[in-house]
Structures are given as structure tokens and as C-alpha cells.
Design a protein around this ligand. Structure first.
Ligand SMILES: Cc1cc2nc3c(=O)[nH]c(=O)nc-3n(C[C@H](O)[C@H](O)[C@H](O)COP(=O)(O)O)c2cc1C
Length: 398
């Protein structure tokens, strides 16, 4: 068994975007239709620019799959670009604020074009392909992921708006992926207004994961805590500037009594079919993670996306050829890519969770992983109590 890893290769206007996954077990059914459906979802959303009209993203499996299942070998997925013109794309000389243009040019001593081609969020097509494949593994363990937009520019859903799982399944029917009808209209109007002014918008999306077993991630080292790993995965998505788990920043303004989730134990259902059922949490302020370990409640992750950096009415920059002040360059661009980012977030979170799942139940084959999973659930589900000291104070200080 190998540690599950993902890397991407490719440029925005290069041959394509490539996802390299290593460490998937043998025998995961690969549904290319599902992967392509995720890629299509990434292309949607109100406020996107011209590029998405050119591309029709489809994944091709270049290695690691035979007869519809993973071979336990490295998997290489390709999403070829239609807008392939890397050698002829024009050079830029006025770096765009909010992009890697200037820092990358200075660091690599390379033309801005070479920096932006790799920094571009076109790379998220590779992430979604890899994430969709990870999602197929998660589905084998009953784990499902949904997302919706909770704020876009100045428009925000009402505090406490918390759609049920079934309702979350409707987010794809909204062009801004927002489930509050009044906000949906206001969000679209805000994008129209920004577009008219040559401006851009960002916002916040929320991802909910159901079916995670207790015990993914680890409290023992900083780099094994699943909350930290999720934050890294989300922050590494282009333009994501903040990540919250559960109440997140809101918890800082509340008391512990309002934030933490009481634990109820129902001995009558312990030993039954559902190991999570015996321990009930009437609230989920923790968002499904305590001490870096999943606690069996739904995982709730929010991510904040900054407004798109490329502005049609550009900020001032400098012409690197003359050293004189000049307007920042303009590349074809989205005005708001928040709905797409929400789909990227869902799928990349799937990769991070699949990595944790493989660590916990690791096996060389899906069958072995499932056997490990079943044995673990049985262990989890043993009735508690019977002679152990009950409760009492303990020292929880640092
Ligand atoms: C789905 C998606 C689409 C994006 N589209 C654009 C775009 O069209 N134009 C743009 O300037 N930035 C776009 N971005 C954001 C930039 O790629 C990103 O801000 C830039 O690479 C700098 O990285 P940083 O914001 O993470 O520091 C997009 C981001 C995502 C997630």
C-alpha cells in the first residue's frame, strides 16, 4: 500500500491539464461519465468569461485503469485544452495585481507569460478530475459531498441558513449555486453590476460531507490533523483566502456553551447497525472535527474566495520594459468564478478525505480496504460502560 498523492501538470494554454494520482487501491470502479460530469459542473456559473465557451472539458485515462477499475498502479488523467497556443500567446509586460505575475517574474527571472500559464486556475480542471476519481472511492464507503454558495460580494444568506442534505442536492439548479431564492437574484444582479463597472467579485461557499466514519485524521502530530490538512487543501485552490471548519471565525465571538456540542449516549442502540447512532450530537458547531479527528458528524467546511484579480478597468501597475507607471495587462477573464470554485472545493476536498481514508483503512485492494473498514466499524460499535469510572473532572489545561 502506498500513501495517496496527487500532483498536476499543464499550462492554461498548453496541451492540457494532467492529474497524476498514486496510491489508489486496486479495484475502484472508474466511471468516466461521473468524472466528466464533475468537469462540466466546474465550467458552469454566472459571471464566467469567454474561455469556458471554448473549452468542453473531458477526461481521458492515460494509465492505471483496466477493464473499468483502478489497477493499483499510478493513474494519469488528461484534460486536453482546445485553446492550445502556448508558443504564440502574447507576452505581458505590466504585471496584474493579485496574480503571481510580478513575484513569479522576479523569482524565476522568467517572462510573465511563463508564470501565469502555470498559476492560472485552469489547473483546477486537473484537480477536479483527480477529486472526482477520489470521490468514486469515497462513494464505496457511503461518503458523499455537496456544496452551496452562502455569500457573493455584498450579498449574504441570512445568519443560520442551513439547508437540509436533500436541499443541498438542488444547488446545481442555481447559476450561482445559492439555495436562498431572494439572495440568488441579488447575487446575479451584483455580478451584472460589477461587470458593468469593469469590476469583479468573490464570496464564500460551504461544503458539507455526509457518511464519514469517526476517526479519520489524527491528534498526535501537526501534519496529521485533518482540519489542518483540509485547510491546506482548500487554501491551495487559486484565489481562496480563508477557510473555516464548523462555526469557524464565528466561534471566536461566542461562549463555549454556545459553541461546543454536547454528547449524548444511547446504550440501547449501541451494538446496532449504525456505529454513529449511539453517540448523538444535537448540534454541530465543531463541523465534524474535534482534535483533528472526524467525530462522525457531517463535516462542514467554508472557504472564502477573493474577487477575481484580472480587472477590465485595470489597477495601475508598472511597465517592466520602461519602468514607467502603466495600467495592468488584461487577459481574457471571469468576473466571478465563485460557483465554479465551490465545485473545485467539493472535488479537492474529496481528494484530501480519500487520502485520510486510505491511511485509516489502507489496503492494496478495495476489497481489503472494505474488510478493514467493516472490522473497524464493528470495533467502534461495541457497547460502552460496564465497570469503567463514569465522568469526573480532568485537567484539560495546556
Ligand atoms: C475556478 C476559478 C476560476 C478563476 N478564474 C480566474 C480568471 O478568469 N481570471 C483571474 O484573474 N483569476 C481567476 N481565478 C483566480 C486566480 O487564478 C488566482 O487569484 C491567481 O492565480 C492568484 O492566486 P491566489 O489568488 O491564490 O494568490 C480563478 C480561480 C478559480 C478557483
Amino acid at each position: 500500500m502506498a500513501y495517496l498523492t496527487f500532483h498536476s501538470a499543464g499550462e492554461s494554454h498548453g496541451r492540457g491539464c494532467f492529474a497524476f494520482l498514486e496510491g489508489l487501491p486496486y479495484g475502484v470502479p472508474v466511471d468516466l461519465g461521473f468524472i466528466n460530469a464533475q468537469l462540466a459542473r466546474r465550467q458552469l456559473g454566472y459571471g464566467r468569461g469567454g474561455r469556458m465557451k471554448i473549452e468542453k472539458d473531458q477526461a481521458e485515462v492515460l494509465s492505471g485503469v483496466r477493464k473499468g477499475v483502478t489497477m493499483g498502479a499510478p493513474v494519469l488523467l488528461a484534460v486536453f485544452n482546445k485553446d492550445f497556443r502556448l508558443e504564440t500567446a502574447p507576452e505581458l509586460f505590466c504585471p496584474r495585481p493579485g496574480h503571481a505575475d510580478l513575484a513569479g517574474h522576479l523569482k524565476f527571472d522568467a517572462p510573465i507569460r511563463d508564470i501565469l500559464e502555470r498559476a492560472s486556475a485552469r489547473e483546477t480542471a486537473a484537480r477536479v478530475a483527480a477529486g472526482a476519481l477520489s470521490r468514486l472511492l469515497l462513494a464505496q464507503f457511503g461518503i458523499e459531498i455537496r456544496s452551496h454558495v452562502v455569500a457573493l460580494g455584498p450579498v449574504e444568506v441570512p445568519a443560520g441558513f442551513s439547508p437540509a442534505w436533500e436541499q443541498l442536492g438542488q444547488a446545481d439548479t442555481s447559476e450561482v449555486r445559492c439555495l436562498d431564492a431572494a439572495c440568488e437574484g441579488a447575487m446575479k444582479a451584483a455580478i451584472d453590476e460589477a461587470k458593468k463597472e469593469g469590476n469583479t467579485l468573490g464570496g464564500i461557499f460551504e461544503i458539507v460531507v455526509q457518511g464519514l466514519p469517526v476517526g479519520l485524521g489524527d491528534h498526535t502530530q501537526w501534519d496529521r490533523k485533518l482540519d489542518g490538512r483540509i485547510a491546506q487543501g482548500m487554501m491551495s485552490i487559486q484565489a481562496i483566502k480563508g477557510v473555516e471548519i464548523g462555526l469557524g471565525f464565528r466561534a471566536a465571538r461566542l461562549g463555549g456553551r454556545e459553541v461546543h456540542d454536547a454528547i449524548q449516549y444511547d446504550a440501547a442502540v449501541a451494538g446496532g447497525r449504525d456505529p454513529a447512532a449511539a453517540f448523538r450530537r444535537p448540534t454541530n458547531g465543531a463541523g465534524g472535527l474535534e482534535g483533528g479527528i472526524t467525530n462522525g458528524a457531517p463535516l462542514v467546511v467554508r472557504a472564502a474566495m477573493k474577487p477575481i484579480s484580472t480587472l477590465m478597468k485595470p489597477l495601475m501597475s508598472v511597465d517592466l520594459q520602461t519602468g514607467e507607471p502603466y495600467k495592468a495587462d488584461i487577459e481574457r477573464s471571469d468576473f466571478c468564478a465563485l460557483p465554479a470554485a465551490s465545485v473545485v472545493g467539493e472535488n479537492f476536498l474529496a481528494f484530501v478525505l480519500a487520502q485520510a481514508l486510505c491511511e485509516k483503512f489502507g489496503g492494496d485492494s478495495l476489497r481489503e480496504m472494505k474488510a478493514n473498514h467493516a472490522a473497524y466499524l464493528e470495533h467502534l460499535n461495541r457497547p460502552r460502560g460496564g465497570g469503567k469510572p463514569q465522568g469526573g473532572a480532568s485537567d484539560a489545561s495546556e
